[in-house]
Design a protein around this ligand. Structure first.
Ligand SMILES: Cc1cc2nc3c(=O)[nH]c(=O)nc-3n(C[C@H](O)[C@H](O)[C@H](O)COP(=O)(O)OP(=O)(O)OC[C@H]3O[C@@H](n4cnc5c(N)ncnc54)[C@H](O)[C@@H]3O)c2cc1C
Length: 356
């Protein structure tokens, strides 16, 4: 490697790589296809659990989240909080601010050409033969599910410090209501198709009094990569972020996993270690493998069992599974209290804790 780190993609995966590169004294050049960052739809929610090498800048935070309001098939399981911390960010401001603070040079309208391994920048051509590839979901080869969402204004009685999750066990997915400043992002994702999801989301809005008289500010559709890890290279560039499956399959959370994967891969690359090995053995890869196994298990279950399982978990267990911080030792202890459920989860996740 020269002392320049090339990064393709100006999303969270590219940001993680840029952060590691500049920390290790490299000049970082980021190629971004669009003329701005964070063009793709996103809920913009980030749990704050101390796994970023920076504090989230106050000026990019739209809402501070202290509660999770969780429903299963219309039944409220809990509204828990006090110990939960998260933020909803202005994602483009978040990325711009942090690329700048990492000292990375972001080149906009600079699309990396996969066939030719080059980027045209202004009048010249830059050959890119090594570095980090963080181009996002279009390059992911595993299972993806559709998500649709509205950003709506003039909504009544929504708690702007809470995120609302409403599991739908027959869809095998969930509706979400996330605050976004004074507005609200409301969406649904699951094992279905975009048209069906739009129909379900419209029905949900009609049936909920809080959305009477609302105004739609934006209507967005996208996909989320939930198929687990697909590690490897594109033209000698190591894949990170959603392009290689760094999305937690049960929740669709991708900002934190993508950042962490970019950071780990770039650091290993610069230090002369094998980036794939470093990624494979990381805690975030283990968390994704565990969630993927739990998702496969949930897919194979009758709907009633999914409901029973979701309702049987405590707020802390939900949080640990969702965040990828579930500990085997704790699960083993909880077998004394809930032997059937804890044992079932344990037997599903044990193979996923082995790194290769
Ligand atoms: C509706 C929806 C809601 C979501 N909500 C959340 C949420 O609340 N919290 C959360 O953590 N995650 C959420 N996610 C997931 C999250 O948005 C992604 O997983 C995350 O942004 C992936 O980061 P990334 O850097 O790998 O890819 P991306 O964010 O997709 O960034 C890739 C970048 O690469 C650029 N690019 C692509 N190809 C090229 C090329 N050839 N040359 C140069 N540049 C290129 C793109 O323009 C883009 O800027 C959500 C996803 C969806 C669809």
């Amino acid at each position: 490697m020269s002392s320049v780190l090339y990064v393709v993609g100006g999303g969270p995966g590219g940001l993680g790589a840029a952060y590691a590169g500049s920390r290790l004294g490299y000049r970082v050049v980021v190629f971004e296809a669009h003329d701005s960052l964070a063009v793709k739809p996103c809920g913009r929610g980030i749990p704050v659990i101390g796994d970023f090498p920076f504090s989230i800048p106050r000026e990019v935070v739209l809402n501070r989240i202290s509660y999770v309001d969780l429903y299963v098939d219309g039944v409220r399981a809990f509204k828990a909080g006090g110990w939960i911390e998260g933020v909803i960010v202005d994602k483009s401001a978040f990325l711009e601010h942090l690329f700048a603070s990492a000292g990375a040079e972001v080149l906009y309208r600079s699309k990396y050409n996969i066939r030719g391994s080059y980027v045209r920048v202004g009048g010249s051509t830059v050959e890119v033969k090594s570095g980090v590839f963080a181009g996002g979901f279009p390059y992911y080869e595993g299972e993806r599910i559709p998500v649709v969402q509205y950003v709506v204004e003039k909504v009544k009685d929504v708690d702007l410090e809470a995120i609302e999750i409403r599991f739908d066990t027959s869809l095998l997915g969930y509706y979400y209501v996330f605050p976004q400043g004074d507005s609200v992002e409301v969406g649904v994702g699951g094992f279905s198709n975009h048209n069906t999801l739009w129909g379900l989301l419209d029905k949900f809005l009609e049936s909920d009094d809080r959305f009477r008289g609302f105004r739609i500010a934006r209507r967005e559709a996208a996909v989320v990569s939930v198929g687990g890890l697909r590690l490897g290279y594109i033209n000698g560039l190591v894949k990170v972020g959603e392009a290689s499956g760094y999305v937690l399959p049960l929740t669709g959370e991708g900002i934190r996993p993508s950042f962490i994967s970019g950071y780990i891969a770039a650091k290993a690359l610069i230090e002369g270690r094998d980036p794939i090995k470093a990624l494979k053995s990381s805690w975030i890869s283990r968390a994704i493998r565990i969630q993927r196994r739990l998702l496969e298990w949930a897919k194979s279950m009758p709907t009633g069992n999914r409901r029973k399982l979701l309702l049987s978990l405590s707020p802390e267990e939900h949080a640990e599974i969702a965040l990828g911080t579930l500990r085997i030792s704790k699960l083993a202890r909880s077998m004394l209290l809930k032997p059937g459920i804890a044992l079932s989860i344990l037997t599903k996740i044990l193979p996923a804790t082995i790194s290769s």
